[in-house]
Each structure stands twice: as structure tokens, then as C-alpha cells.
Design a protein around this ligand. Sequence first.
Ligand code: ZN
Length: 209
Amino acid sequence: MESIGNVFCVGRNYQAHIEELNNQRPKEPVWFMKPSHSVVVCGQDQRIILPKDQGEIHYEVELVIQMKADYLPNQPLETLVGTVALGLDLTLRDLQSQLKAKGLPWLRSKGFKNSAVLTEGVPYSSLGDFGETNFQLRINDQIVQRGNTQLMIFNLEELLANCWEQFDLKAGDIIFTGTPAGVGGLTDGDKISMYLNDGCLGECVISLK
Ligand code: ZN
């Protein structure tokens, strides 16, 4: 990916994940952000260091896009979106529950160091139809999450337009587009592999410290 600007994330964009966390189906995208410093690009055998003593860390595999141009309404996606990667939106789930219960912002539970793990990107134009893209997370070679963009509640056009309307959206910004069902906890030594349409885009190993 090119130099990364803002890191926007969409929560609750796949019905099955909404149900597993007992959340409501949103009428508009649910946005939150991560600090750009939370991004780490994974490489084979690379260890991703995560906090050991702050409760459960949930993985959420997501398609991530990076803008190559400032957003303008009614432009075709191929002129706006440069690359597509996979990402893990990591969440300190116990801490998030505590923060939510107190009505406090999620930032500490979603924005900690290395909480945004990215694979290398591929050109958007190489994907064919983004609206029919499959992706997968494997942990220790077992498939734990499968997603298909057909199941997104808000599709990519809608996400970009809504993000731009509310916050502006410029070249370099990235968007985590939401996770399908199957989120769960990480353990020390887990081997992570992220697949886009059956090709592995990135691997790393989790190290809890
Ligand atoms: Zn997420």
C-alpha cells in the first residue's frame, strides 16, 4: 500500500456477524477509526506482538481498500480505489465491552498498537467484480472466517459515498469494510493466513506479550 492516511472502519456490515454479537442491523454505516500507527503490514513468519494481559483479543478478517484519488461523487470505483488488501481488525473484546457499558469511546479497544494487520495489496482493477469477491481467514491452517462481498449490508459505493459525506475521503485513506461471522479469540503462536479468492495474500504469527 502507498502511504496511509486516515484509517476508517465499518462495524456491523454483515448480518451474520451482527447476530453473533447480538447487535442491531444499522440503517447507516457504523463508522469508527484506528490511529494510522496501529497499522502493521504482515510478512511470512513475522511475529505480530499484541498485549497479553488485557483480556481476549478477537480477530475480524475484512477486505480493506485504499483510495488512490480524492473522492468525487459519481466516479467509477476504478478511478477512486487503488488497491485491495485483507486486514485483521483486532479488538480487545473484554475491554470494549467494559468501555461500551460505561458509554466511553472504543478507541483503546480498537486502536492499540498492531491492531490493524494488513496484507500486501493487489490492484483493484485485477479483481474483476469487487461485488463478488471471496475472502477467508485461516488460523493454524483451519478456515475460521469466510466472507463474500455479496453479503455486505452497505456495498463499496455506498460506503465510500457515506464516508466522504461525513468525514471527507482522500487519496491514501484506507477503509476496513466490515467482518463476516466467525470472529473469535487469538492465542499465542497462532499462525494467521488471509486469502483473497483462494490466493494467500499474507501470513504472520501472533505473539502475546
Ligand atoms: Zn471490524
